[in-house]
Design a protein around this ligand. Structure first.
Ligand code: CMP
Length: 842
């Protein structure tokens, strides 16, 4: 029985040691993982030599504590793995990952299989352990460890796409490699039959099943967040529970890959959590998970690396040869994937081009880490593993991981430097210079002002300001000269900055409680999409994405469909209200962006770029205003309600700020502050309720709005109302299409529609009708009719039409008169068009 006190002493001692290492790694310019491995190995040596140490000392006790750990692989995998995976998944920008999903999946899944096969076949031909054991080893070492590489990439400011590629790869390949390893280990040690077709199918089921279970659990948790009422500690706890539960539930109850489930859950919370959890929590959660991930990664490395000296001591020259073969085979496997398959994907158009220098770094940066070590431990401890197999796995995997850390890890930085990937591009350099000059100019003035205000000696002020002077004059010269940057590039950068600014403002409004959660989720998502579009497709991409954001979404279209076909109203009412509120919030923020463009972008990117960007902002404003006007005209009451709610939320936020300030300055005590907040909440309780638009269209009511019917007696009107079906239409959507067979005619109860006849289109307003010609003549429709705003129509199908006309001569005459006029008009137009055609000889 191990003394629990001793274990706590050992673990906390390790944590204390760990806390010193990041700073040391930075100083030595070594990747953190490399230093951890070194420290772990050194500890392992000390533990082995503990008998020679004097008794009774704290250090000796610490080593005894470490030696008494029995670290099972189970503990490695179950305790640390979910944390490591979930933390990486949380931090990933899912949208950006989706941009490069093909190469990432290729690197993740195919690269693991290629590595497994190349390493497995090589070893099987060199050793006598059999193909399955060798393939298993290949799978174990196929997992790349992102910590080292991504750390260096971030530090040197490597291209973001490269970082994304490597990070995404290492996240998903853990899942693939562990799933494959599990199956091979089952065959090897559990006596299962080897059936390759079965393995592939099984792998697929486990992978996709894991993604589905984890994704669903992640989604469920996102919907639980709002129920936790903003208790940050509770929300973070829920994410920790999710990491472990998704792993466990996937593995044990659904028999799918727990690793994939955990990753999927992390990705979902990472992408949706920002608007689902309380705004304050999100930042704190990132901190909390960063901490947990740091502990897990450090401990797993130290504990595994402590076993290294013992393993290496037993290593023979023959085994060293095997380690070298593994190293070479794994490198070859990576070259095959990165050099061969990646270009293939680019050629068939599903991946963007990755340049050769980046490819070299991706190949060389495939460091291996904690997960390979933990998997090796799982085999070493397995009761059914033979001694020779244990030695083979332990030595080769540990040796290989160390080689990647010490050879690739220590030289990666040099390689990146040598390939000049750490240099800023011309564009980035230009931007940095401008940003710097802007900052310096502002600071220079402020510093002088402070110096004068505080009455400091002018010599003292000069000593500081001369430091800037040289740089300032350099930048002034630079700015006076012609710009070395292309307008297209500047626009792309400027629009990406603008979108980031837009996103930040939405998030701030959400944080301040001015914008409701659902609206924030849509707007944040849209601005993220704008940013990516600007970055990859420049001005045209941005403009297209901006138009896209104003389209009616699938919910609205489904709402319309349900309303037409089944008379269901709630979805339409809901999505209309949501669209209204989204447009309003979007409009308010975009209005503010003009200021940002004027104040910041002009100085940073130059006049010409800023003017272009301003034009794009104005274009967006116009489009939004148009969409808003259409809604406002139809639902003026709701528009007022939205505006007042918006103002109310601002008032509530101001109140909150004031109370907080009073509390901070001790003007009011804790209890009074609490009472004030309580009072505020009560007063504003109705602010966060979801508004609804009344879309109920009663035929009886609408019939009264059509002058043709309004004159009729009440019971006649009621019988007509029974024949008419109310319909609502969205702006810009065709109601009737030219050439189609006519099955109904329409009366416009409110709104407007345009008839696209040759020549000049004709606009029809409230009370008018269309679609009667096809019913009267039996001919196809003679024009497109498009809804101009949110129209309320009354549809009359052809059978009821004939019945109605048969029973009401006056109505018949009125409709036929209009129709005859239109026919004439139409013929006249068609004839003059034919004449015109003849004249130009078409
Ligand atoms: P229909 O042909 O069934 O479908 C298209 C409709 O457009 C048509 O019926 C008329 O209701 C309407 N339409 C056609 N020409 C004119 C016109 N000159 N002025 C107004 N409406 C028209």
């Amino acid at each position: 029985m191990v003394d629990i006190g001793l274990i706590v002493f050992g673990i906390t001692g390790l944590l204390a040691l760990t806390s010193l290492l990041p700073a040391l790694a930075q100083r030595l310019k070594l990747p953190y993982s490399v230093l951890l491995a070194l420290a772990g190995a050194a500890l392992g040596l000390l533990v082995a030599a503990r008998d020679a140490m004097p008794e009774g000392f704290m250090a000796t006790d610490f080593l005894i504590a470490l030696s008494s750990f029995h670290i099972s692989s189970e503990a490695f995998l179950v305790i640390f793995l979910p944390t490591l995976l979930f933390e990486t998944a949380l931090a990933i920008d899912v949208r950006r990952m989706l941009n490069d999903v093909a190469p990432i999946l290729l690197m993740a899944v195919v690269a693991v299989v290629v590595c497994m096969v190349v390493v497995g076949v090589t070893l099987a031909s060199l050793t006598s352990y059999g193909l399955i054991a060798c393939l298993m080893l290949g799978a174990m070492i196929a997992t790349t460890d992102p910590a080292a590489v991504v750390g260096i990439f971030r530090e040197i400011g490597a291209p973001q796409r490269l970082t994304m590629l490597v990070e995404g790869e290492s996240l998903l390949n853990d899942a693939a490699a562990i799933a494959l390893f599990g199956m091979l280990a089952g065959m090897m040690l559990g006596g299962q039959e080897a059936a390759w077709g079965g393995v592939a199918a099984d792998f697929l089921v486990k992978f996709l099943g894991g993604a589905a279970i984890g994704g669903a659990m992640g989604l469920a948790v996102c919907y639980l967040f709002p129920l936790l009422k903003g208790f940050t500690t509770a929300e973070i706890t829920l994410t920790v529970a999710l990491a472990y539960l998704s792993f466990f539930v996937g593995e044990h109850y659904f028999h799918v890959s727990g690793v994939v489930a955990c990753v999927a859950a992390g990705l979902v919370v990472g992408s949706l959590g920002r608007t689902r959890m309380s705004p304050r929590t999100h930042e704190q959660m990132e901190g909390a998970w960063g901490q947990l991930g740091f502990w897990a990664n450090s401990l797993i490395f130290l504990l595994a690396a402590m076993l290294v000296p013992e393993i290496m001591q037993r290593t023979s020259w023959a085994e060293a040869g095997i380690i070298l073969s593994v190293y070479i085979a794994a490198l070859v496997a990576r070259v095959i994937v990165v050099g061969g398959l990646l270009p293939l994907l680019t050629a068939i158009g599903i991946a963007e081009h990755v340049n050769n220098r980046m490819k070299v770094v991706v190949v060389w940066g495939g460091l291996r880490g904690a997960i390979s070590l933990a998997l090796a431990l799982a085999v070493v401890e397995h009761p059914d593993a033979s001694d020779s197999l244990r030695d083979f796995i332990a030595t080769s995997v540990t040796g290989y991981v160390l080689m990647t850390l010490f050879i690739n890890g220590t030289t990666l930085r040099l390689l990146i430097h040598w390939l000049k990937l750490d240099r800023l591009s011309v564009l980035d350099r230009g931007l940095r210079d401008r940003a710097l000059s802007l900052a310096i100019e502002e600071i220079d003035q402020e510093v002088r002002a402070i110096g004068r205000r505080e009455g400091l000696a002018s010599a003292a002020i000069d000593m500081i300001t001369t430091r800037y002077a040289m740089q300032l004059s350099h930048f002034r010269r630079l700015r006076a000269g012609r710009s070395d940057l292309m307008l297209d590039e500047l626009l792309s950068v400027g629009l990406a900055m603008l979108s980031a600014q837009e996103e930040a403002r939405y998030f701030k409004n959400f944080k301040d409680g001015i914008m409701p959660r659902r609206i924030a989720a849509t707007l944040l998502n849209d601005s993220g999409r704008l940013r990516e579009a600007a970055r990859f497709r420049g001005r045209t991409g941005y403009a297209a994405a901006a138009r896209q954001t104003l389209r009616h979404d699938w919910r609205m279209n489904l709402g319309i469909w349900l309303n037409h076909r089944l008379g269901i109203e709630w979805l339409l009412a809901d999505s209309l209200a949501e669209r209204f509120e989204t447009l309003l919030n979007r409009r308010l923020v975009i209005g503010e962006l003009l200021g940002f463009c004027r104040d910041r972008l002009t100085a940073l990117l130059g006049e010409e770029t800023a003017i272009e960007i301003r034009g794009l902002i104005l274009e967006r404003t116009r489009a939004i205003d148009e969409a808003l006007t259409a809604l406002r005209l139809q639902y003026p009451d709701f528009a007022r309600e939205l505006q007042s709610r918006y103002l109310g939320r601002i008032a509530r936020q101001m109140e909150t700020d004031r109370y907080e300030e009073w509390k901070e300055r001790a003007i009011v005590g804790g209890e009074v502050a609490e009472a004030l907040v309580h009072d505020r909440d009560q007063r504003w309780a109705d602010l966060d309720k979801q508004g609804r638009i009344d879309v109920a269209l009663s035929a009886t009511e609408l019939v009264e709005r059509v002058p043709l019917f309004a004159k009729l007696e009440a019971d006649k009107r009621a019988s007509i109302a029974r024949l008419l079906k109310p319909r609502m239409t969205l702006p810009g959507v065709p109601i009737v299409r030219r050439g189609q067979r006519g099955d109904a005619m329409y009366f416009i109860a409110s709104g407007a529609a345009v008839v696209l006849i040759p020549g000049k289109p004709v606009e029809l307003g409230s009370g008018e009708f269309f679609g009667e010609l096809a019913l009267l003549t039996g001919q196809p429709r003679n024009a497109d009719v498009v809804s101009l705003g949110y129209c309320r129509l009354l549809a009359l199908n052809s059978r009821d039409f004939l019945q109605l006309l048969a029973g009401d001569a006056e109505l018949k005459r009125a409709i036929e008169a209009v129709a005859a006029d239109r026919m004439q008009h139409y013929r006249g137009d068609a004839r003059s068009e034919q004449n015109a055609d003849r004249k130009v000889g078409r």
